[in-house]
Design a protein around this ligand. Sequence first.
Ligand code: GLA
Length: 766
Amino acid sequence: MIIEKDNYYILHTKNTTYCFRVLDTGHLEHLYYGRKITVDMEEADNWAQSGMEAFAERHTHIPGNTNTYDREHEHFTLEDMRLEMSSYGKGDIREPFVELVQADGSATCDFLFEGAKISRGKEPYQTLPGSYDDSGEAAHLTVTLLDRQYGLALELHYYVYEDCDVIARSSKLRNDSGSTVTVKRLLSTQIDFATSEYIFTTFSGTWGREMHRTDLLVQAGKYVNASYTGTSSSRANPFVMLSKCGATEDAGDCYGCNLVYSGNHYEAVEVNSYGKTRFVSGINPQAFAWQLLPGEEFEAPEAVMAFSAQGYNGMSQCMHRFVRRHIVRGEWRDKARPVILNSWEAAYFDINERKLLQLARAGKAVGIELFVMDDGWFGDRSDDTRSLGDWDANLRKLPHGLSGLCDKINKLGLDFGIWVEPEMINVNSRLYQRHPDWVIDVPDKPHAEGRNQRILDLTKTIVQDYIIAKMSEVFSSANIAYVKWDMNRTFSDYYSRGLAPEQQGEVAHRYVLGLYRCLGELVRRFPKILFEGCSAGGNRFDLGILSYFPQIWASDNTDALCRAEIQYGYSYGYPMSTVSAHVSASPNHQTFRETALDTRFSVAAFGAFGYECDLGAMTREELKKIEAQIALYKQWRDVLQQGSFYRGRSFRDNTNGGSVLVQAPGNHMEWTCVSPEGGQAVGLVLQKLTMPNTQYAYYQARGLAPEKKYHFYSGLPGVREDYQLYGDALMYGGVCLTQGFYDGDPGGERCLYRDFDAKLFFMEEE
Ligand code: GLA
């Protein structure tokens, strides 16, 4: 719901309130964002004095040594005001929301209120993906601000998703000045908090180590989370959180923010000299410079904000619901995802029809539903030095082509999928020989190397057209049910031959726009294909990609212990149905760690599930076990794929998800996934290292219906865990687990006892 009254704007979701007002000067003053507050409509006559004005600052004096806005407003200093958006140059010396170079060379701008409009529904952006609303849930507020000195118009958009407790913001700049303006930054959201001492939580890492949570108490100065790889990156995911000290997984104030964008992004938290906190998020301004011609518009991506007073889990529930209902779209949004077998870790580049069919047959025998041929099937691709760009089947490896192999796989009763990396090109390829000028590099200058490949210049329409046409040809050349769309290089030598020198600061963003055009067109042409995003694992895991593809390969690291940490990280901002996870071999190919097959299964089962290992090299016992795992997974697939995911204890924290201020590193991961109606749930306890002579192992559920009675069991023969318990008992009391050490069965199946052991627990309403 959006209320507009006496220059006040109040945005209510089910459990949150966001408000701001227009000041005499025309600036927008942010008043409040957080837990829902009552605004008394009865008092409407006396609106300004009642309720909302209490949040507003008095502006009766300004701090010493600061500038006043102008002569008429001697108590206004932009340096210490809470603003909905901040311009550069008029006295606000914090992170600006917008930064321009005007035609006269000045960097000063000043956007003041012009008007506002309230409407319903979600309008699509012209150039970018964004949330959508097919339920009529969204209310929309557009605020228009003008820089009257230069003739520029800035629109701030607010979309209120009541049910999800999400407010999505974006902005758009229009150049009515008659001259070209350089946009150096146009961010997506800004929140100015009245106080400081917030904990800024980011999810950083790199290849094989994505989404590691870091907490920082920001007391002074500025902390930046940003990517420079050209992608949203495994270095710093665009999803971040701000929480009040003392927040845990289950209680306390927590804000989450994510960006619907797949390129270089920027999130900063700044505490100013007067103890106020500013948070901003948007396209990374580093090396960004956009020439905005007279009459043109520039759109900033959508920022998605959620708040919950129920801690990190509460906020995650809002984000999960929102991503499922308003970001992920198409055929596969709510459809059961198949159990996949991927060839990569089974055979790497060394594939051929015979080998693949053998693997697929072994997969079919244990219950696999979809077989994926990964890298190595096209051109002369026998290693990573060649053939990207040559998207025709290698007939030595696949004598009957893609369709020949696909038919045979289909005949086995399996769906068939392929791997592609369309945005890339090897210098050693036929495509490069034909189009050396299609790559991103600085002409006649040395070029940095990355996995022996170059990035195609997707800022060029002709290159986009080529990708759309070639991929359409590949996808329609056989009965392809699934596509893994990879992107294995970070950007360097940013330069497009298709753009003028003064436009080179546009390359990174134009690339992303070009990519979105390709993805949008291909998804439209092939609505039945299940697309999975990938970028050297999780180097482009974001809401932009999820606007086209319903799932993303989360990491090339498939070690169960590492994967648990990585999936735990993703779970803060993303529903598990978007996080692709596979069981792989032991010892693991990335870490060489040995873990039990049960452990690998238990961790992967919480994501978009599959296997990625050489089934032919498995023992008969292992295959039997895998068959049982897949059968069990299918039985619980609806709960695991459609349910609500909750975190309990974790390796990084044994105190219920507390922040950096409460450091008690844990030995367990504890997860629960509850079916939409709450009648069924699956729980996980994963142990890191065995600790002799302790009785610490217990499991505590979350998200159950407190009044429902559940049958709780482990599913393992002979294990003590088999109880009838009420939801409240399972959640607030928990279950003490059988420990082999005390059972006199140290080596047995039923011990949650050895290093890296994991157990699943099942809960069903009586
Ligand atoms: C990337 C992906 C892997 C695999 C290889 C193939 O690294 O993340 O899953 O597809 O490429 O080259």
